[in-house]
Ligand binder design. Sequence first.
Ligand SMILES: Cc1cc2nc3c(=O)[nH]c(=O)nc-3n(C[C@H](O)[C@H](O)[C@H](O)COP(=O)(O)OP(=O)(O)OC[C@H]3O[C@@H](n4cnc5c(N)ncnc54)[C@H](O)[C@@H]3O)c2cc1C
Ligand SMILES: NC(=O)c1ccc[n+]([C@@H]2O[C@H](COP(=O)([O-])OP(=O)(O)OC[C@H]3O[C@@H](n4cnc5c(N)ncnc54)[C@H](O)[C@@H]3O)[C@@H](O)[C@H]2O)c1
Length: 454
Amino acid sequence: MGQPEQVDVVVVGLGVGGEEAGGRLAAAGLSVVGIESRLVGGECPYYGCIPTKMMIRAGNALVEARRVAQLAGRSTVTADWAPVAKRIREEATDTWNDKVAVDRFTGKGGRFERGRAQIVGPGRVRVGSTEFVARRGIVVATGTAPVVPPIEGLAGTPFWTNREAIEVEQLPPSLVILGGGAIGVEFAQVFARFGVQVTLVEGADRVLAAEEPEASEVVATALRADNVEIHTGVRAERVRYDGAGFVVGLSDGSEVSGVKLLVALGRRAELGELGLEEAGVDASGRFIEVDDRLRAGENVWAIGDVTGKGGFTHMAMYQADIVVRDILGQGGPGADYRALPRVTFTDPEVGAVGLTERQARDRGLNVRVGVTDVSASSRGYIHGPGNAGVIKVVEDVDRGVLVGATSAGVTGGEVLSGLAVAVHGEVPVQRLRHMIYAYPTFHRAIHEAVKALD
Ligand SMILES: Cc1cc2nc3c(=O)[nH]c(=O)nc-3n(C[C@H](O)[C@H](O)[C@H](O)COP(=O)(O)OP(=O)(O)OC[C@H]3O[C@@H](n4cnc5c(N)ncnc54)[C@H](O)[C@@H]3O)c2cc1C
Ligand SMILES: NC(=O)c1ccc[n+]([C@@H]2O[C@H](COP(=O)([O-])OP(=O)(O)OC[C@H]3O[C@@H](n4cnc5c(N)ncnc54)[C@H](O)[C@@H]3O)[C@@H](O)[C@H]2O)c1
């Protein structure tokens, strides 16, 4: 190994957050080394957000076309996965080739190294036989990997995670999905809409258990309408694979089976081999602890999924912005997660921001909620088939502001924007109550939810 090379910043992991932070620091004139072991761009463009949303767009097109019979005449629709797989391969991922992304990073002035980085001392990072010394510091942006729990019989079988599910060229006749979080429900609906017999197993008593129960109900109803068989309140305990398919033993003694098995049981940060302790950062927790400037230790910052603040692309981008400002000494506000928005892109979509009712009550807030049925709104009535949805707002009565809201519906993620502004800006509920909402929009249902607080 030669002499360590001096640079300003080393970014470990060039996924969403690392590429943003590293690229901007390089564009600002710093000498930046970005190290990526897999694909520059990370999970989102190659195995996450973008390809799944392309799948969802396709599945929704099929279902909309089938609704023509109720609205506009006759339609014959034949589902075909080939255009979806082609779009993912050619448009989204360049067949999982990151040349464009590498060029984007180096085009901003960053130096790229492919390999698995290891921190070997304060400011010191090794990749292969090269060692860098970072004068300003290290940014850790290593993301998460799928959780594969020690379920009896699972290890060694050809189960899918999101990565294999995204790469699929030919759909199986049947699929068992373990986990009814965002990943599980999005894939369940897409594959079911393309004719796969999907069985979904969720250990909690409802799908999307982290969101409002009203939203879970909307999604469960939609999934059942798409022929997804849902098992809630049961955990996967055993797996058998016989070469032709999987049988999963559940905690209630029953079994479910499918030709393929998708494990969507959460995500975990892989901190073990990073060498964080060498830079004085505690690696014993599930995620890296950070302050509101995303500082994890002396001249070490962490951003994105690895911080455990919310596994979303917009979170990684938001945190990257704070780190860039901190390193460049530009000031500005620190991290504020009160109005974290999230959208699960099922049809209907589930948008949510801030606290759920449960979370608000658990914090001891004096809570009032307003709920309205989107299908009963003027726009819901006009929309007809596919109009299910709910808007729920959670008020901190003592302050007279919303601390959380949910918008499930055909455009639930878009309707969320107004609610996110209300939570983020702490707009008084009385102002929301006396605001003018355009008719007949889906967002006008927010007014009904706010009025229901009274
Ligand atoms: C199926 C699926 C769908 C999703 N859909 C959405 C969505 O619709 N909207 C949304 O907001 N979010 C979505 N997400 C979440 C989103 O993809 C992540 O929140 C986002 O990618 C996090 O960015 P990150 O930079 O923290 O990590 P990542 O994108 O995971 O990037 C981390 C990078 O670090 C690299 N790395 C790790 N260790 C090392 C090392 N030691 N040396 C070098 N490199 C290393 C990895 O190879 C990886 O490329 C989805 C995720 C999945 C799995
Ligand atoms: N639209 C989006 O923004 C989007 C989409 C997909 C993923 N993501 C990100 O990826 C993250 C991970 O998603 P995920 O769905 O894998 O994780 P998750 O943690 O949201 O859901 C996993 C589910 O598996 C269940 N579970 C755990 N062990 C079980 C067992 N043995 N048997 C049955 N059920 C069990 C849990 O109760 C939980 O509901 C999300 O939290 C989000 O941050 C975002």
